[in-house]
Design a protein around this ligand. Structure first.
Ligand SMILES: [Cu+2]
Length: 415
């Protein structure tokens, strides 16, 4: 699914294919039967006895600060989403530590057992039709039933081409683009290409640059993709509601000069789109809440790129354990000498930040929003959580061993 065509991954082991895509990794993990779980070495701390809480689930159970902020009170309510926020607002535990540990372990097991692989992959690219010198994308705007995870009932959502996020649209700087949107909703809408410099009439803001797209009608957006980088397309009409319910997607414009693309420039072999939202379904990454969020799986030594995009209504500080992130572009514009390194990156609504991660520490590393009520509560982790799983050769051996436990904790010994 990568939008890159990596031609240089010299950092990876010579006995491993340099061109494995993210889809390939995830399939490999799923086929291995708990393969992803098997690499979760030193990633957890099993407790022989219940921990002593000083301030935790017991204190949180009554006041429930988590439930109050897990999407319900801070995010504006979409008019057609009466259940929004509920699917990731954890119930408070009556019994403190034991219930917490059991529930937290259960949800981690779901993640490591590959819950994401039970759901359709997000951000699948839509192949354009080439008409002369123009790339033509045809999309529908639909009412959909969308699964935030594999267990809860689907939510009534909206999607482009029936999915949330909408399909990934990828072009090259200078391409002529024609995007045809057919409105299958029972309401009007409009589509804005966020971050892209377009003719005014193509800006997609109803009552300012166009009339709303009526139910059953289509609108064609035409422009030259002259702004390279990480961008988005989304509703700009009743947007709190329509974007909150899923009318959003990634629009990537690769630089015309191949030497400026992340595979050449940074040696990246994976290019990952990460779209956050925080209304319908609670706190989500690419339309899923933990434990159904897709892990990022990389080989030791591999370099990856992550494109953070915030389609939500609040800022989310993304925190990666184990390795730093090199921040190389904001809103599609390269930072150049202003590039910086961090382990926690706040991404405001509407912003896009591109980061490069050198995966040089093996293990399963938590990767989550650090506004804690967006990520973890009395019943364990939920919402805006995933993991960067860096596989070394020992993990590959573990993958191959029959009867490997689905979830294994190995505490490293010293001396
Ligand atoms: Cu957050």
């Amino acid at each position: 699914m990568d939008i890159l065509s990596p031609d240089s991954t010299s950092a990876v082991d010579e006995d491993q294919s340099p061109n494995l895509s993210r889809r390939g990794f995830l399939r490999a993990g799923a086929l291995a039967g708990g393969g992803i779980a098997a690499v979760a070495l030193a990633a957890c701390t099993p407790s022989a006895s219940a921990p002593k809480w000083t301030y935790g689930p017991a204190a949180a159970a009554g006041a429930s600060p988590v439930a109050a902020s897990a999407g319900a009170s801070l995010a504006p309510a979409p008019s057609a989403a009466p259940d929004h926020g509920a699917s990731h607002a954890p119930a408070s535990s009556a019994s403190p530590a034991i219930d917490h540990d059991a529930n937290a372990a259960a949800v981690i097991k779901r993640f490591l057992d590959g819950e994401a692989t039970k759901l359709p992959l997000a951000n699948e690219p839509l192949k354009p039709r080439v008409d002369g010198d123009t790339k033509v994308f045809e999309l529908t705007i639909d009412e959909i039933d969308h699964r935030i995870d594999a267990l809860k009932e689907p939510v009534k959502a909206l999607g482009y081409n029936g999915v949330w996020p909408g399909p990934l649209l990828s072009v090259v700087e200078g391409d002529r683009v024609k995007a045809i949107f057919k409105n299958n909703l029972h309401e009007t809408t409009g589509v804005h290409f966020h971050g892209q410099r377009v003719p005014n009439a193509m800006d997609g803001v109803p009552h300012i640059t166009q009339e709303p797209i009526q139910p059953g009608a289509s609108f064609t957006y035409e422009f030259v993709a002259r702004t390279p980088g990480s961008h988005m397309y989304h509703s700009h009409h009743n947007a709190t509601d329509q974007v909150g319910r899923g009318l959003l997607g990634a629009f990537i414009v690769q630089p015309r000069d191949p030497a400026l693309r992340y595979d050449r420039l940074n040696g990246a072999s994976q290019d990952i789109v990460w779209i956050s939202n925080d209304t319908l379904g609670g706190f989500t990454i690419n339309g899923r809440g933990f434990p159904a969020t897709a892990p990022i799986v990389a080989r030791l030594g591999e370099t990856i790129v992550i494109r953070f995009m915030n389609e939500g209504t609040m800022m989310h500080p993304w925190h990666l354990h184990g390795m730093p992130m090199r921040v190389v572009a904001r809103d599609g514009y390269p930072l150049g000498a202003a590039a910086f390194t961090c382990d926690t990156l706040g991404v405001n609504p509407g912003e896009r930040w591109d980061v490069v991660v050198k995966c040089d520490e093996p293990g399963a590393w938590a990767f989550h929003c650090h506004i804690l009520p967006h990520a973890e509560g009395p019943d364990g982790m939920y919402g805006m959580v995933t993991a960067l799983i860096v596989q070394d050769k020992a993990a590959a051996v573990s993958l191959a061993s029959a009867g490997a436990p689905a979830y294994e904790c190995v505490i490293p010994t010293t001396g």
